[in-house]
Design a protein around this ligand. Sequence first.
Ligand code: ZN
Length: 497
Amino acid sequence: MSLLSDDELKRLAPASDLAPLPIPTQVVSSDEFLPVPQTNDQRRVEALLEDYADRHAARNGLSRRNFFRTAAGMATAFLAMNEVFGPFYRVSHAEAASVDLAQQQAQGLSGQFIMDVHTHFLRDDTRLVGFVRAREAVGKAGWNPALVGKEQTLDDLKYPNWFKEIYLDSDTKVALVSGSGSEDPRDWFLTNEMKHAARESVNAAAGTRRCLSHAIFMPGLPGWLDQVDQVIATLKPDSWKGYTVGDNTNKALARHPWRIDDEKLLYPFYEKILKAGQNIVCVHKGLYPPSVERQFPHLTPFATVDDVGRAAKDWPQINFVIYHSAYRWAGGPNAGEGLRQFEQTGRVEWTSDLADIPAKYGVSNVYGDLGQIFAQTTVVEPGLCAALMGILIKGLGADHVVWGTDAVWTGSPQWQIEALRRLEIPEDMRKKYGFAPLGAADGPVKTAIFGQNSARMYRYDVRRAGLDLDKVSVTKREYVRNGPDPSHRRYGYVLKG
Ligand SMILES: [Zn+2]
């Protein structure tokens, strides 16, 4: 039995294509979703990184290229960022200088329970090539070292590479397959049946509950509630996912935007899922910068969180998980906009509005997911990233922020995992805004965010899950042992026995 078929293995790009430089050399812009031109600060990070690498690579007996692939190479990137942006990441010179020391520390955290409730791959017959450009842009901007200099294809967005980047290339232990619907049935990322099938096949091969799945609901479309009935009866999704702008992929086609607190349209749906024993509703919000608003101004009111508080109050039994934590400033240059907004007002659209909801409405069933909001800020404007974490934790509680990465749009989530492990809110920011420290990588706040909060929500018993000894763990250990050499790597995907 194999986690991936021979055909699927062949489609995986060999590891030798991975270029090592964790820093951009080129500026690109790819429209609304991920435009990521290199900033001046990033250029300074790049220069510093090259300096360090020249010194450290030779001392470790490595080429610069190979040095950047090591844990010390990753540490070096955070060190360079600290020098340019300020002390946002916990990292020592010793760690950056010694491959062995850095490796030991990374190894020490690799068993951490990480539950990613926001991952994607695309159906085999997808037409959505825009996501290929997104990965290219992320590589060119140097956000994710694993994508730098690596040509991206549609295959990188499909199931085999999703499996590899989530379960083998990262410390993620459990992943939820999400998706997005469209008025055009051809442009659903995955049908609900496909998401269900992925969950079933991963879990059957693993022998454990490694994979969870969303079902998409599209309020207002003809027959949508009948489809909900059908999904409940046949697919038993772990939770539901909706897009209030209606059609996020093809916004020009969006004819059915909706509000979470629409009593007539949505409340019968909540009643239905509760009756079926389901109580998690995930809703995409934010990622709606002015460039998008100019094209689709009529959808802007649906991208904010104005409709969340009342629905949460009316349905205390339901957990409302707001995806992207309603972060508005999608795209690289716009992170700068977000930071300016924070420095001037102490708030960030529309994440601060989300964080205000528990106090304003007296509710405790609203959660924030970190998909994109973290990736788009952490290496571009670490100050904004720290502020957003502070805002969310202060308003929602550390037990109401959940780990989601929106992988694989930005490649394997490992760089994001390492960034949160090291991120700290600087003392002056904590004092000024009343933010609590994030603490150690395995301290209570990050442990909650990385996995505990979602485990509780999804009734996932980590201790009894048997993940340590399942087939994914066996495969991963072999994969790591065999190293990045492609001829060996192939064996890493195949399960024994
Ligand atoms: Zn997503």
